[in-house]
Design a binder for this molecule. Sequence first.
Ligand code: BGP
Length: 471
Amino acid sequence: MTNTPFPDGFLWGGATAANQIEGAYDADGKGLSVQDVMPRGISGPRSETPTADNLKLVGIDHYHRYAEDIALFAEMGFGVYRFSIAWSRIFPKGDETEPNEAGLAFYERILDELEKHGIEPLVTISHYETPLHLAEQYGGWTNRELIGFYERYARTLFERFGSRVKYWLTFNEINSLLHAPFMSGGIPIPEGGVPEQQLYQAMHHELVASARATRIAREVAPEAKVGCMVLSMPIYPLTPSPDDAVAVMEADHGNLVYGDVHTRGAYPGYFLRTLREKGIELDITDQDRDDLTHTVDFVSFSYYMSIAETADPAKKVAGEGNIMGGVSNPTLEASEWGWQIDPVGLRLVLNQFWDRWQKPLFIVENGLGARDQLVEVDGEKTVVDDYRIAYLNDHLVQVGEAIEDGVEVLGYTSWGCIDIVSASTAQLSKRYGFIYVDRGDDGTGSLDRYRKKSFGWYADVIRSNGASLTR
Ligand code: BGP
């Protein structure tokens, strides 16, 4: 194929997370994670114990149907599959000294299946799945002890799977911590919110843990490539006023600091200013500073939407967003869940990250959450999801543009390549997949899988290495 900007060996695939796909929440010695008490997603109330209305307890039963699912991924021609390991399958409470063998064995079976189909695994070590015990007994990532527990968990994974898994991500969307402390950092939220001092300390602990994992991987699994993972959301000035431009710069800094630390090995000056102005003093040891110098091999990120920002309080019309919001951009259309669709923003983000960090980039989440309708076409049940095809096509065209701009992109894994439970709303009706799963928001359904129209479309994109995209 010549008519494509995508380089040979570009990794095409899809992505999921354990808590949204596996189900089997208490099988084979698994402990509870924060997700097991979040029946309504990020903004809903948490439950004391797991409740039947929590769709994640069953998910799409990938725990038992993984072979069928991976075979469908292979049919689309996936070269890579991103999944996460549920921390509480490996260390059920999080603070044990010995791992749960049955949990490790499950991921061994997943790796066997991927290997059988020649699909490269891309593993997220922690994807919004902190063991509940660490949240309740330790206060989650506000507690320095979490670094040691995470270190033991990461070491266990590198020792066991390091020779089979080349690409690792330390924390999913690490920059979501301040915005979703319980889901992202296992930090219980008291009335009035978590004090900022504690949130920033938790952020520091995660950054140190991420760097330590990178250091351990170098020792234990020298072939492995370790990346960070950030939620990307380009921010546009609402007007051309310099004040709006400064508001954008400051909002941007709040997100870029994570990648800056991961790629440069120290906190940037603008972040120290933020801490000073907030009157926050972080507990940073000499060992922490040394750990932070272990920088990542690549940067990965999610991309769904962009947002705007303004310095003028009178013009602030809140926009819906993926975990973190901003000001609504009047030039863009939004999805049914209010996320503003902006393919060009993906090219901008790719260029910004590449210019800033000079590390290979991996797009590990992108897609459209939409309501789908199962229909019958030529005797086969399917979904005619032209809206999803249009969204993905237009974003991939922009990835091609960025590659032409000289950005090094390792691969692309579209989010929720099979329908899974939504992270923000805990719904099943917010679907991203190429594969429809028969399960509704009320939990009923056969769990049968059906190929959507986008399934064949994506297979063509992969087969042609992007040449079939409509420009
Ligand atoms: C990201 C998360 C994912 C995922 C995705 C889509 O923030 O890393 O876990 O779910 O967003 O979000 P949602 O499921 O809320 O539509």
